[in-house]
Write a protein that binds this ligand. Structure first.
Ligand code: MN
Length: 203
């Protein structure tokens, strides 16, 4: 049977696996509390919609859909984020293959890509994300600066990699110093996963 609600999946690695770049305490809190809250929040709205449909009652459609976009966006982005991170002792520092070529073609060099992505992550207003995405119309890679979990998102552009720059992602480890967290991120990127996401779009 298909579960018509979202589920909080376990991390694909141990809670301590991302240390010292993300501590076990920070990761437990982020996954078990913050991410879980989006799963529960999105499911509560889906259930509210189901009930209203069954009862034939009206709901505040504008407020409900805005909230669902935020909560479901939060869940979907966190899921992508955990999967595009790799244990610190296994992570390689640079991509290769199709992804490496695509980054070089678009940004000129891997270093230039890293710089632009880091600047996007550091300057995301308030709480949000930086994302590497691919436009299916042009075949170009773009950096998307997502505010909250759902603002500034381009319709249909496919996400290859995300970095969570909400304060809840780093405050225990880096206090208010987001750029230090962004620098640390580069040590635990799962480039194989990002490359697979790109190759899947090219098939
Ligand atoms: Mn988060």
């Amino acid at each position: 049977m298909v579960n018509r609600l979202y589920t909080l999946e376990e991390l694909p690695y141990d809670y301590a696996a991302l240390a010292p770049y993300i501590s076990e305490t920070q990761l437990r809190l982020h996954h078990d509390k913050h991410h879980a809250a989006y799963v529960n929040g999105a499911n509560a709205i889906l259930e509210r919609l189901d009930k209203a449909r069954q009862a034939g009652t009206d709901i505040d459609m504008k407020a409900t859909l805005k909230e669902l976009s935020f909560q479901a966006g939060g869940h979907i982005l966190h899921r992508l984020f955990w999967q595009n991170l790799a244990p610190a002792d296994k992570a390689v520092k640079e991509p290769d293959g199709t992804l490496a070529e695509a980054l070089k073609k678009e940004f000129g060099s891997f270093e230039r890509f890293k710089k632009e992505f880091s600047q996007a992550a550091a300057s995301t207003e308030g709480s949000g994300w930086a994302a590497l995405v691919r436009c299916g119309l042009t075949g170009r890679l773009l950096i998307m600066q997502i505010e909250k979990h759902n603002v500034n998102v381009y319709p249909q552009l496919r996400i290859l990699m995300v970095l969570d720059v909400w304060e809840h992602a780093y405050y225990l480890d880096y206090k208010n110093e987001r750029p230090k967290f962004v620098d640390a991120f580069w040590n635990i990127v799962n480039w194989d996963e990002v490359n697979k996401r790109l190759e899947a779009l090219l098939k």
